[in-house]
Design a protein around this ligand. Structure first.
Ligand SMILES: Nc1ncnc2c1ncn2[C@@H]1O[C@H](COP(=O)(O)OP(=O)(O)O)[C@@H](O)[C@H]1O
Ligand SMILES: [Mg+2]
Length: 373
């Protein structure tokens, strides 16, 4: 999959810009605060429909403007496409595919697949379970359209069920209604857990090999889906379902006391291990960086396995975080994958990509300067 062109208007610190990209490697060079990440973000927006930063949607629109347009031209293996995002202050954003407006923004997910890697991704290794759930939720949504729908349903089910747990003794009929919500919770939750279990196992398969290559076959990587209602290893759907059911039944009084849904995919986690020890607590800085690198590259392989095409790869400021060995490994790996890299200093990158087909863009105060092929 190739993003051949990007056009932005009144977007962040850009007035108007149009960029024709290289099929392989695109490098955005510039000092801090010039708009490199903004450009990465604009591409990401046409993939996922949301920013990867902690901003509100209004902040995407250039200061003192009311609307903004971001558009990309996409070349897939057998067809071309245009994805457009129209933002208007305090209004819902619009997404157009080949000029046709989508009913829901989420329908755009899966058209332009991306893998993004930023220094923030260290949170996947070091952060709380929320970070790891967020990461697999976005990943699975890109390749399984039904998953996003299941997640939205599950969220609503938890909200409703929590309300019932809070008000359980207030209305007599709640004793009957809770059974229906338990079934919803168990059925939808089981489906989500199955998707995740399958995804994590695939991720593990690829990441193990990649990690082994990075470490020179010296260390062993492992990934485990940690399910909050019990060990689901090698279980089929009906077994997982009954495990979940039993957990809910035997802990119902505790849930009533806590007034909240205590078990289910919203409480699950993924454990990353190096040489049998949890990387979050026992991994060195280097091991933690290798682990996230292996996971990110494994994501690329899963998307290719599932869709038949490589995703695009967005590397925002990560090169400076990696030592020479890991940098070299990464640059070598991205051959054949359209990649976008931001950097403040392109010296190392120039050396590493000497023989690569590439385009370099100098970004300065929201303007795209010289282009060097
Ligand atoms: N809505 C906006 N309108 C105008 N400028 C913005 C807007 N949002 C962010 N910026 C500006 O964009 C710049 C940051 O760009 P960024 O892409 O993060 O820089 P970097 O090149 O370091 O990655 C800052 O100068 C910030 O003020
Ligand atoms: Mg930046």
């Amino acid at each position: 999959m190739i993003v051949s062109r990007l056009k932005v208007k009144n977007y962040r610190n850009f007035n108007e810009a149009e960029i024709v990209f290289n099929d392989s490697l695109n490098i955005f060079v510039g000092d801090n605060g010039q708009g490199k990440t903004n450009l990465m973000e604009s591409i990401y927006l046409t993939s996922i429909g949301r920013t990867f930063r902690l901003n509100s949607e209004n902040e995407l629109i250039k200061f003192n403007e009311n609307n903004s347009v971001i558009a990309v031209n996409l070349q897939k293996s057998n067809y071309n496409m245009k994805i457009e995002l129209k933002l208007e202050k305090n209004k819902k954003k619009q997404v157009l595919i080949n000029g046709v407006k989508l009913d829901k923004t989420s329908e755009m997910i899966g058209i332009l697949n991306n893998v993004i890697f930023t220094p923030d991704d260290m949170k996947i290794v070091k952060g709380s379970p929320i970070e790891r759930r967020k990461f697999i939720n976005i990943d699975i949504s890109q390749i399984k359209p039904k998953y996003k729908y299941l997640l939205n349903s599950y969220k609503k089910i938890c909200t409703e069920r929590n309300m019932l747990l809070k008000n359980y003794y207030i209305k007599a009929e709640n004793k009957e209604i809770i059974g229906i919500w338990n079934d919803y919770l168990i059925n939808t939750g089981t489906d989500i857990v199955l998707y995740r279990y399958e995804y994590v196992n695939k991720l593990k398969k690829y990441a193990m090999n990649i990690y082994s290559d990075i470490s020179g076959n010296k260390e062993e990587f492992d990934l485990i889906y940690l399910c909050s209602f019990g060990n689901i290893e090698n279980m089929d759907k009906s077994e997982i379902r009954s495990l979940f059911h039993n957990k809910i039944s035997s802990n119902f009084n505790q849930e009533l006391q806590n007034k909240t849904t205590m078990f289910g995919p919203h409480k699950d986690d993924i454990i990353i291990k190096i040489n049998g020890r949890e990387c979050k607590y026992f991994g060195s800085q280097g091991q933690q960086r290798s682990a996230i690198l292996a996971i990110k590259l494994a994501e690329i392989e899963i998307i290719r396995e599932e869709t038949g095409e490589y995703p695009i790869l967005l590397l925002d400021d990560v090169l400076s975080e990696l030592d020479n060995k890991r940098k070299g490994f990464l640059i070598n790996y991205i051959k054949g994958i359209q990649t976008f890299i931001t950097t403040t200093d392109d010296h190392d990158l120039n050396v590493l990509t000497e023989k690569y087909n590439k385009k370099k863009f100098y970004i300065n105060e929201g303007k795209i300067g010289d282009i060097i092929n």
